[in-house]
Design a protein around this ligand. Structure first.
Ligand code: SAH
Ligand code: SF4
Ligand code: F3S
Length: 488
């Protein structure tokens, strides 16, 4: 039976050319192969997908899980499974190192279960030196693919299940966007939605444009249809995803701005909350601010990566804004939407960063007063322009500045959070509290976490309820919900 399937596959007999039909054809084939193995083992086969990267990476993992589900694998929460997939990230060196470290452990699992399949995909696989190293030192890996051909997962699984040697399929870039493949969501009530892929900005420190390819926007009708289906399936909150959502739609046949897309998404009945990420300050339009100010559904939260507060460094980073422009933008946002939460990303130790440059960053942090900030130590990524720059900052100085920044960011964030103590605000209930099952955990519109007594049962999950923020605990709140405060 397996032989017969093999010949069919090799000859590509009957496989449709068109997508996504072609992938559904391969899902059927893979299902038969999995069933065969199940009969041999006398049990179901298990699979585990591990995400190493950002929200886009996490969304890709949901697509992989959707396909694995269709093929018949049972998802498990352990890496001792019949099929383990690492969806990798390479934005900083430590993301990269983590994968090599954990692959060793996977290799040991495979010795115990020789039928085990191991696949690697995601951003790290788009780097030639990574694939070379894997081919040389990690021969036990069955399948390697990249970011551009993830839609072909079912087809690649069939190859990996039927070919004896390591299957490697990496594309340089793509213009293709394949719609309507299965997805398995982590949460029933909220979901990420890709609105665009890739990035054209080439910030000088960043590897993303090299591993995710050129910017491509999805057609608005496809985005709307996906969200309508999600809402019909119980979703009340969507996170629109792109590396720079503010440049959405520029390259569509019929161009459309991000603000126009938001207006369309807002109209979807039953959808309650809209988030998006990430906004590049250089492309944030007045039109977007206006739409946000008027909207009832767009969350009062803007993630606006600063990267550096020094205009000199920003120029070397190729960010296309300076300190003053950034501060003016924040001012404009706050004037139009007074209760907006602003969060950011900051890099410490970019090549050539002096103490004065760093103090400029600290100055912006103090002026803007971020609700929270992700702080990163600069990581040299080979192939990017910054990797070629001289005067890399000594490690001790970077560490000192980083610690100083982190302290300041945390101090301000705690002060900001305190301002909301006592307020009654809508919370989307997300889960039963992990440490105390009498509490549930949810998020405010500004993305802050609240733990509160449900005075009821877990049927609240996925609902938006009003909660009194009784106590601010620094980064999160404790709250109370009374029966009268239930909104729906
Ligand atoms: N597209 C998004 C961010 C993608 S990467 C944007 O432009 O904001 C997420 C964050 O990782 C970046 O905002 C940046 O702060 C950080 N980052 C990217 N490359 C890095 C590097 N080489 N070293 C340290 N941090 C980096
Ligand atoms: Fe990287 Fe800049 Fe693109 Fe963000 S906008 S993904 S930081 S190149
Ligand atoms: Fe990492 Fe790729 Fe996201 S490099 S941050 S997983 S786009």
């Amino acid at each position: 039976m397996e032989k017969q399937l093999n010949t069919q596959i090799n000859a590509d007999n009957g496989a449709p050319i068109m997508e996504p039909q072609r992938q559904f054809y391969y899902m059927d084939l893979a299902k038969k192969l999995v069933e065969e193995q199940e009969r041999a083992y006398g049990r179901k086969l298990t699979a585990h997908v591990e995400t190493f990267g950002c929200q886009m990476n996490a969304r890709d993992s949901e697509k992989l899980r959707g396909i694995l589900d269709t093929i018949g694998y049972v998802q498990v929460d352990t890496e001792e499974a019949d099929f383990v997939i690492y969806n990798t990230c390479t934005v900083r060196e430590n993301a990269n190192n983590k994968v090599y470290g954990r692959l060793g452990t996977l290799g040991n699992y495979k010795k115990k279960n020789p039928g085990m399949m191991i696949a690697l995909c995601g951003c790290m696989m788009q780097e030639a030196h990574v694939v070379d190293r894997l081919k040389k030192d990690y021969r036990f890996v069955n399948l390697i693919f990249g970011t551009h051909n993830i839609f072909k997962f079912a087809e690649l699984v069939v190859r990996a299940l039927t070919e004896k040697q390591m299957v490697v399929d990496i594309w340089e870039d793509t213009t293709e966007i394949v719609e309507d493949l299965p997805v398995e969501r982590k949460y029933s009530f909220k979901s990420g939605v890709n609105i665009m892929f890739g990035c054209n900005n080439f910030c000088s420190y960043c590897i993303v444009p090299y591993v995710r390819g050129r910017e491509r926007s999805r057609e608005p009708k496809d985005i709307i249809r996906e969200i309508e289906r999600l809402v019909a399936d119980g979703v009340v909150e969507v996170m629109l995803l792109g590396q720079n959502v503010n440049s959405y739609g520029k390259n569509l046949e019929q161009p459309m701005t991000f603000a126009e897309l938001l207006r369309e998404v807002e109209k979807i009945e039953g959808l309650e909350r809209i988030r998006f990420m990430t906004s590049h300050p250089k492309d944030l339009s007045d039109e977007l601010i206006e739409v946000m100010a008027q909207s009832k559904k767009i969350c009062k939260h803007m993630h606006l990566p600063l990267q550096s507060g020094s205009s000199r460094i920003l120029k070397k980073m190729n960010r296309h804004y300076d300190k003053e422009q950034y501060l003016a933008l924040v001012e404009k946002l706050r004037t139009a939407i007074p209760d907006i939460a602003i969060t950011t990303d900051i890099i410490v130790g970019f090549p050539g960063e002096t103490k004065e440059d760093f103090l400029e960053t600290l100055d912006v942090v103090r002026k803007v007063r971020y609700d929270s900030a992700f702080t990163f130590i600069y990581s040299k990524r080979s192939g990017t322009p910054a990797a070629e720059m001289e005067d890399q900052v000594p490690e001790a100085e970077v560490k000192e500045n980083f610690d100083l920044l982190l302290k300041e960011v945390q101090r301000i964030a705690a002060e900001k959070a305190k301002e909301l103590e006592g307020a009654v605000l809508p919370v989307l209930v997300e889960q039963v509290n992990e440490h105390d099952s009498t509490l549930v955990t949810g998020r405010l519109s500004n993305n802050s976490v609240v733990h509160f007594l449900p005075k009821g049962d877990t049927s609240l999950i996925g609902k938006i309820v009003d909660v009194k923020l009784t106590e601010c605990k620094g980064f999160y709140y404790l709250g109370e919900m009374t029966d009268e405060l239930v909104r729906k």
